[in-house]
Design a protein around this ligand. Structure first.
Ligand SMILES: CC(C)(COP(=O)(O)OP(=O)(O)OC[C@H]1O[C@@H](n2cnc3c(N)ncnc32)[C@H](O)[C@@H]1OP(=O)(O)O)[C@@H](O)C(=O)NCCC(=O)NCCS
Length: 184
């Protein structure tokens, strides 16, 4: 079976919330990271879908704009892969592709709250060591950060808050090339 990473399609949007409910459960929106996403759309140039040959949605990754004491940054997630198809490289492909896109778009700092064993290979490190704080409870080991530009975290510390609303997709349709993958 092959899958392709594409910019999120309009038809994916109504399928993503049910996918997140299936993968994270209905309590997911009580997490601190959801307070940072409230009232804001995700960054359109960093929303990607993994799609099957027949066009079906297999996985999704989105990012939200945040600020660290006034410095712009991005929040990775949610990332989710259809339960029956997990463990075939779809999640890793979505993370790699989107981090490349984030760097290409000029983003400098990326934060994630997730399993460190999953995210460390992509370059994430504990955020607490950088003096970063979330505006709510979090398991410290799950709170991680990555400099997308070397030195971007220098002098940056403090509480993370919601970022500025992204430009409308129609203003900035940063479509990236498709990447086709084969999985067992
Ligand atoms: C986590 C998730 C996105 C990974 O996507 P995936 O396509 O299943 O994973 P991949 O095939 O790309 O990667 C598989 C590797 O990740 C590891 N992995 C998968 N889920 C993991 C998790 N929650 N924590 C730590 N490691 C995990 C697997 O053990 C495997 O390791 P290996 O390469 O050393 O064998 C997917 O399993 C998922 O949607 N899970 C439920 C939602 C979730 O927990 N999302 C947040 C991630 S912290």
């Amino acid at each position: 079976m092959t899958f392709t990473i594409v910019a999120e399609r309009p038809e994916d949007a109504p399928l993503i919330s049910p996918l997140l409910d299936r993968t994270f459960g209905f309590e997911r929106t009580r997490k601190t990271v959801y307070r940072l996403r409230e009232h804001l759309d995700p960054l359109p140039e960093l929303c990607f879908s993994a799609v099957a040959g027949d066009g079906g949605l297999l996985g999704s990754i989105r990012y939200w704009p945040i600020e660290i004491a006034g410095t712009p940054a991005i929040l990775l997630g949610p990332l989710a892969v259809e339960p029956a198809l997990q463990g075939r490289g779809i999640g890793k492909a979505l993370v790699r592709h989107s981090l490349d896109a984030a760097k290409a778009a000029g983003h400098r700092i990326c934060v994630v709250v997730g399993d460190p064993t999953y995210y460390r290979p992509f370059g994430f490190l504990p955020a607490s060591g950088h003096g970063l704080l979330l505006p709510g409870p979090v398991e410290p080991e799950r709170f991680q950060v990555q400099e997308l530009v070397p030195g971007a975290l220098k002098g940056v510390h403090g509480v993370i808050g919601r970022g500025k609303a992204p430009a409308k997709a129609a203003d900035k349709p940063a479509r990236r090339r498709r990447v086709r993958r084969s999985v067992a």
